[in-house]
Design a protein around this ligand. Structure first.
Ligand code: DX5
Ligand code: ZN
Length: 226
């Protein structure tokens, strides 16, 4: 059964000096989650934010915080992010030695557990972990920066992953992250995505609230046609 598509604005492209007001706008536009990109300058060549900011965000919004960890040694920081109020936590397959254990620790902490994969990582590596995870975060750009172009081979990758999940009878949702905007969101959903991350196409739009609402409309319109 298909689930309702959720829009997760990525605050990486928001105005960090006025985060509260940007968050209000995406809430009013109908965002379902707030995507928080955590980068350490090692796993990816960029630095962003950590648990203190997540803690402040969790006090400011009732939207679940979808924390995408692009850091080395992610297992070491899970507890801290859970304490800070993360509702969804994803870790990268490429950075984990004991992925199964970390996924369990996220779930034991009461959050939804996800595994993220980079564009060059095939979905086949997920075979053993799929029954355990609540979602898969499929990167459609190389992680590290907002505003990059969607990698076209991701469409086929989403379809493949969808087939794997359906074939196994698993519940994992597919979240797609990177280069998504009003022009390609329908196609991404058509392939099987259920959670859409969008940073620059929302926060750099002239009207942030409207950008979220329009993305939801684009996806809803597609459902009516289908
Ligand atoms: C990239 C991040 C993304 C990023 C997406 O490493 O994981 O969440 O914010 O930004 P856009 O939507 O601009 O590609
Ligand atoms: Zn992300």
């Amino acid at each position: 059964m298909s689930k309702k598509v959720q829009i997760a604005p990525s605050i990486l492209s928001a105005n960090f000096a006025d985060l509260k007001s940007d968050i209000r706008k995406v809430e009013e536009g109908g965002a379902a989650l707030l995507h928080v990109d955590v980068m350490d300058g090692h796993f990816v060549p960029n630095l962003t934010i950590g648990p203190p900011v997540v803690r402040c965000l969790s006090r400011e919004t009732s939207l679940p915080l979808d924390v995408h960890l692009m850091i080395e040694d992610a297992a070491r920081y899970i507890e801290e992010f859970l304490q800070a109020g993360a509702g969804w936590v994803s870790v990268h397959w490429e950075g984990m030695v004991h992925l199964h254990r970390t996924v369990q620790s996220i779930k034991d902490g009461g959050a939804l557990a996800g595994v993220a994969i980079n564009p060059a990582t095939p979905v086949s590596v997920l075979e053993e972990i799929l029954p355990e995870v609540d979602f898969v975060l499929l990167m459609s750009v190389n992680p590290g920066f907002g505003g990059q172009k969607f990698i076209d081979s991701s469409y086929e990758k989403i379809r493949k992953l969808k087939r794997m999940i359906e074939g196994g009878g698993w519940d994992a949702r597919i979240e797609v992250d990177g280069g998504i905007g009003p022009d390609n969101v329908r196609q991404v959903v058509e392939c099987g995505a259920e959670v859409i991350v969008a940073g620059s196409s929302i926060f750099h739009a002239p009207d942030i609230q409207r950008a979220v609402a329009e993305m939801i409309r684009a996806v809803e319109a597609q459902k009516v046609r289908a």
